[in-house]
Design a protein around this ligand. Structure first.
Ligand code: ARG
Length: 471
C-alpha cells in the first residue's frame, strides 16, 4: 500500500492526514470541481478577505497575518486575472487551490486563513456572491430587451396586424400592442429576478462545516464587508440549501420561455409564407445547399436553448430533493447547471436586445393577412348588441354573414349594405365604421386595449417604469 504523500511535497490533499492511501486518478478527477469552479475565484478571494478582516477584528488573527493575507491575495488576484495561476486537480477545488497558492506565497499566515470556517460555508458564500453579481447583469440585460421592445413598439402603435387565437386570425391588433405583451412578460421577469436577489443576498459564512464555530466570530461584520443585506440564521440551513439557486433557475427558465415564445413568432413572421417581418442578416444563416434560404438561426437557438435551461432547473431540483441535512457533496453538482443557466441567459438577453433593433416590419403583409380572416366579425356582433340584439343572437347573425361572405370570397366590409341588411334589418350604413380595421382598433379604447391611443399611453408608462427600475 502506498503511503499518502506528506503535506510538505505540495501535492497532498488538505485532508490527507486521516487517510492511509491517496485517491486513484479517476476518483480524483471524479471528485474535483476545479475544472469548473475556478470561475468562483474572484468571489472566493472577496469572501476570504472579509473573513480574514473579521478574524483580525475579533482578535483571532494578528495584524501582520492579515496584512500578509491581503498582500498575497492581491498578487493572486492579478495572476488569476492574467490567467497565470495554474489550477491543479490535486487541489480539488477553487478554495483549496487558492489557499495553497496563498500559502506558497506568504507561509503560515495563509494556513491561518481557514480558522473558524469550512469549505462548506465558504462555497455557499462564493455561489451567493457569484449569483448576486450575475442577477445584477441579468437585470441590466432584461432592461435592454425591454427598451428594444418599447422602441420597436413605438414605431408601430398604428400598424395593424392579425391577432391570433388557435393560430387563426381572430381580431385586429396593432403590432405595437403585440410587442408590448412581451414587455409585460419581461417586467414580471424583472420582478422575479429582483425578488430572488433579495434571498440570494444573505451571508452563509460563519456556519462553518454545519454547526457554527467555537471562535468568537462577528457575522454582521462579514456581512457588511461583503455587502450582504442579511445573514442566514441557521447554520445547518446556511451550508446545505441551494433553494436560491433553484429559484433563480426557475426565474431564468421563465425568461427563456418568454423569449422562446417570441422567437417562435419571429420565425413564423419571417417565414416567406407569412412575410410579416425580416430579420437583419447578422442574425441569420444561409443553407449550404439551398441558395435561396435565409434561416432564422438565432431565434431557433433561443427556442432550443430554453430546453437546456429548463433541464438545469429539473437537475437542481432533483439534486436537492433527497439530501439530508446538512452539507453533502451532491451540492458540488449545483455549479455547472447554474453557470450554464447564467451564461445562456446573459448571452440570450444581449443578443435579443440587438436582434429586436434589427427587425424590419412589413405593414402591407400584416394588413393583407388581417383582411383575410373576418377579423372584424366580433365588431359587427358588438354593433348589433349596441342596437339591442342579445349577444348570442348577434353572434348567430354574424356567423351567417361570415358564411355568406366566405362563399363569395369576400370580407365582411366588402358586402353591400343591402346584403348585410338581409341578415339584420338593424344594420345601417354606419356599420362600415366598425367593419374597418381602424374602426375596430380604435373601439378597444380602454386600459390594456389595442387602440393606438392606449398603446401609446402604455408605451409612455413603460418608459417610466424602465427608468424608475420598477418594472
Ligand atoms: N467543491 C465543494 C463544493 O463545491 C466545496 C465544498 C467541499 N466540502 C466538503 N466537505 N467536501 O461543494
Amino acid at each position: 500500500m502506498s503511503t499518502p504523500s506528506t503535506p510538505s511535497d505540495g501535492t497532498a490533499a488538505a485532508w490527507s492526514g486521516r487517510f492511509s492511501e491517496p485517491v486513484s486518478e479517476i476518483v480524483k478527477r471524479y471528485t474535483a470541481s476545479i475544472p469548473f469552479d475556478y470561475r468562483l475565484a474572484e468571489f472566493d478571494i472577496q469572501g476570504s478577505l472579509a473573513h480574514a478582516a473579521m478574524l483580525h477584528h475579533v482578535g483571532v488573527l494578528s495584524k501582520d497575518d492579515l496584512a500578509a493575507i491581503q498582500r498575497g491575495m492581491a498578487e493572486l488576484q492579478t495572476e488569476i486575472r492574467a490567467g497565470q495561476l495554474a489550477w491543479s486537480l490535486d487541489k480539488e477545488d477553487v478554495h483549496l487551490n487558492i489557499e495553497a497558492a496563498l500559502t506558497a506565497k506568504i507561509g503560515d499566515a495563509g494556513k491561518r486563513l481557514h480558522t473558524g470556517r469550512s469549505r462548506n460555508d465558504q462555497v455557499a458564500t462564493d455561489i451567493r456572491l457569484y449569483l448576486r453579481d450575475a442577477i445584477d447583469r441579468i437585470l441590466a440585460g432584461l432592461k435592454a430587451c425591454q427598451t428594444s421592445l418599447v422602441d420597436l413598439a413605438e414605431q408601430h402603435t398604428d400598424t395593424v396586424m392579425p391577432g391570433f387565437t388557435h393560430l387563426q386570425v381572430a381580431q385586429p391588433v396593432t403590432f405595437g400592442h403585440h410587442l408590448m405583451a412581451y414587455f409585460e412578460m419581461l417586467a414580471r421577469d424583472v420582478e422575479r429576478m429582483a425578488d430572488c436577489h433579495g434571498r440570494v443576498n444573505r451571508l452563509p459564512l460563519g456556519a462553518a462545516a454545519l454547526a457554527g464555530t467555537s471562535f468568537p466570530i462577528d457575522r454582521a461584520f462579514v456581512a457588511r464587508e461583503l455587502g450582504f443585506a442579511g445573514i442566514c440564521e441557521n447554520s445547518l440551513d446556511a451550508v446545505s440549501d441551494r433553494d436560491f439557486a433553484i429559484e433563480f433557475t426557475a426565474a431564468a427558465a421563465l425568461v427563456m420561455t418568454h423569449l422562446s415564445r417570441l422567437s417562435e413568432e419571429l420565425i413564423l413572421w419571417m417565414s416567406p409564407r407569412v412575410g410579416f417581418i425580416d430579420l437583419a442578416d447578422r442574425f441569420c444563416t444561409g443553407s449550404s445547399i439551398m441558395p435561396q434560404k435565409k434561416n432564422p438561426d438565432v431565434p431557433e437557438l433561443v427556442r432550443g436553448k430554453t430546453g437546456r435551461v429548463n433541464g438545469h432547473l429539473v437537475a437542481l431540483l432533483t439534486l436537492m430533493k433527497g439530501q439530508p441535512l446538512a452539507y453533502n457533496k451532491d451540492n458540488q453538482e449545483d455549479k455547472e447547471p447554474l453557470f450554464d443557466t447564467v451564461d445562456t441567459l446573459t448571452d440570450t438577453l444581449a443578443i435579443y436586445a440587438d436582434m429586436l433593433r434589427g427587425v424590419t416590419v412589413k405593414p402591407e403583409a400584416m394588413r393583407a393577412a388581417v383582411m383575410q380572416g373576418f377579423a372584424t366579425a366580433t365588431d359587427l356582433a358588438d354593433y348589433l348588441v349596441k342596437k339591442g340584439v342579445p349577444f348570442r343572437d348577434a353572434h348567430e347573425v354574424v356567423a351567417r354573414a361570415v358564411r355568406a361572405a366566405d362563399t363569395s370570397g369576400r370580407d365582411l366590409a366588402d358586402l353591400a349594405l343591402a346584403e348585410l341588411q338581409a341578415f339584420s334589418p338593424l344594420i345601417t350604413d354606419d356599420v362600415y365604421d366598425v367593419l374597418t380595421l381602424e374602426g375596430s382598433l380604435a373601439a378597444r379604447d380602454h386600459l390594456g386595449g389595442t387602440a393606438p391611443a392606449q398603446v401609446r399611453a402604455a408605451i409612455a408608462r413603460a418608459r417610466k417604469r424602465i427608468q424608475a427600475g420598477s418594472v
